[in-house]
Design a protein around this ligand. Structure first.
Ligand code: HEC
Length: 470
């Protein structure tokens, strides 16, 4: 395990020093040589999607079989519809064989990397805080929103919606749309209308099955009202075109401004070269619609022939964070880019954010697709991440409960399993800090109406609440 081990122990040292998390490692006697180059290749090529400790393979229900030849097949040729890239050009047959052994061995060992509870107080640069697990026993929580009475609504990607009320999780709420859950899709975001107390509308995004009965799906936005634990008056207000059999890049995080607009992204659906740069379909775009699904009269492309009128900006890969800046009222977005090209963007109407013509990243299999990082007529990100952190969920810290974090951006990191705090000066990123190292794959982060930060982590799915203590 040569370099992998070294990496792990330096991480161990950092986390222990930081006093955040203690680790147990029962794994000391492993044969250091049996997997050849696999640990190194894994860290470089696979960890960003499957977890640095192979989390996604531990206790796995294998989709394509649990035998070595099954793994070799997936690694060699990929699973293109699901977003698993082929490695036949990058790794030799022997390296792929070692990789399959490496993954199967770890999968069998189970999870040796279970963080045990750390000290009560997390010390960070500006704010000290306590972390409470307030909801447990979830799988992949995706969206969360707060009802005026303090109840929390939580979507699970598998297609369930729960109400967490007075310390207990409800039975799944009934009356949901017909959600198909495959690849990265399923039941996704949830948000309340800004005037919820008056009109009762709750908005959700989900993967909608194509009417042709094939396994094809599309990102849809629906709204409904909640009566007890049942949804009523359910209606779709947006269905992205075209449907696709691909399982990846659905986008879909929701944000409302104070003018009755709903913003959300739709990812490129794994069709990089077809979708993001044309205005004739909905994929690879940020959209702006009215709260009833109508098109705002001043959307940037309403007068352009053949353009989809809901488009607000284009040239996006997979938007996984949308949030309104608390001071400027502008829309900010974070997106999963290619390897080394995740971005934070400030979204302006009608502009082109460049994917895949310009990018700071390369393909996940190590090949390149563009030499350009800048071009006239295409916007630069406010910030990009190399290595990719897989930013998931994004929110501004509103209110003043966390002294020193006011108006900072928070982003979850799926791949590196922490919460990213971003300080801004105007529209510039001036400082970042890693919070909650190794907390788990962070799927979402939200600030409640009463100003507390909530973090959703997955597999096992939990909702955490951060209490400032200084
Ligand atoms: C860009 C993200 C990405 C990268 C990089 C990536 N994978 Fe995957 N991989 C996926 C996705 C998505 C799936 C589909 C199943 C899922 O969602 O976990 C998958 C599936 C697989 C499967 C099949 C699992 C099963 O249940 O049958 C194997 C094996 C696998 N990957 C191995 C690897 C290895 C080894 C590497 C590095 C050499 C790698 N992957 C890199 C995204 C990725």
């Amino acid at each position: 395990m040569g370099r992998y081990k070294l990496g792990f122990f330096s991480l161990l040292a950092i986390f222990t020093l930081g006093g955040f998390v203690l680790w147990c490692d029962e794994n000391e006697n492993e044969d250091a040589t049996s997997f050849g180059t696999a640990p190194e290749n894994y860290a470089k090529l696979c960890a960003s999607c499957h977890g640095i400790h192979q989390e996604s393979f531990i206790n796995r229900e294998w989709m394509f079989g649990n035998q070595k030849p099954n793994l070799i097949h997936s690694i060699t040729y990929g699973q293109l519809d699901l977003g698993m890239v082929p490695f036949e050009q990058l790794l030799s047959t022997q390296e792929i064989s070692e990789m399959a052994d490496f993954i199967l061995a770890r999968a069998k060992e189970g999870n040796h990397f279970v963080p045990v509870s750390g000290p009560e107080i997390n010390v960070s640069e500006k704010v000290n805080f306590r972390v409470d697990t307030i909801v447990d026993g979830l799988d992949i929580p995706w969206g969360l929103t707060f009802l005026p009475n303090g109840d929390l609504l939580i979507t699970e990607r598998s297609g369930k919606l729960f109400r967490f009320s007075n310390g207990t999780l409800s039975e799944p709420i009934s009356g949901l749309p017909n959600v198909i859950s495959y690849g990265q899709g399923g039941l996704m975001d949830i948000a309340l209308h800004p005037d919820y107390e008056k009109n009762g509308w709750i908005y959700m995004t989900y993967s909608k099955a194509a009417p042709n009965g094939k396994r094809e799906g599309s990102t849809a936005v629906c709204r409904a009202k909640l009566d007890g634990n049942t949804l009523t008056q359910l209606e779709d207000i947006f269905v992205a075109q075209p449907y696709s059999s691909k399982g990846q890049h659905w986008g879909s995080k929701l944000a409302f401004d104070d003018k009755g607009h709903v913003f959300f992204g739709v990812g490129d659906r794994g069709q990089r070269d077809v979708n993001p740069q044309t205005l004739t379909n909905h994929c690879g775009k940020i959209h702006r619609i009215m709260d009833d699904g109508k098109i705002p009269a001043d959307n940037p492309f309403v007068h352009e022939e053949n353009a989809m009128p809901s488009i607000y900006s284009y040239g996006h890969r997979n938007p996984q964070g949308t949030a309104i800046h608390p001071i400027t009222g502008e829309l900010w977005e974070s997106e999963h880019g290619p390897r080394g090209g995740d971005e934070i963007n400030r979204i302006q109407p009608g502009l082109n954010y460049g994917w895949p013509v310009i990018s700071y990243g390369i393909n996940y299999n190590g090949t390149t697709f563009t030499d350009l990082t800048a071009k006239d007529g295409m916007e630069q990100p406010i910030h990009y991440y190399d290595p990719s952190i897989a930013p998931c969920g994004m929110t501004f810290v509103t209110g003043n409960r966390y002294k020193g974090w006011e108006n900072n951006l928070l982003l979850g990191s799926l791949s590196f399993r922490y919460l990213e705090r971003v300080e801004l000066e105007g529209n510039k990123v001036v400082h970042t800090e890693k919070l909650l190292p190794e907390i788990g794959r962070v799927r979402n982060v939200k600030v409640s109406p009463d100003g507390y930060i909530y973090v959703a982590i997955e597999k096992p799915g939990k909702i955490l609440k951060l209490y400032p203590v200084n």
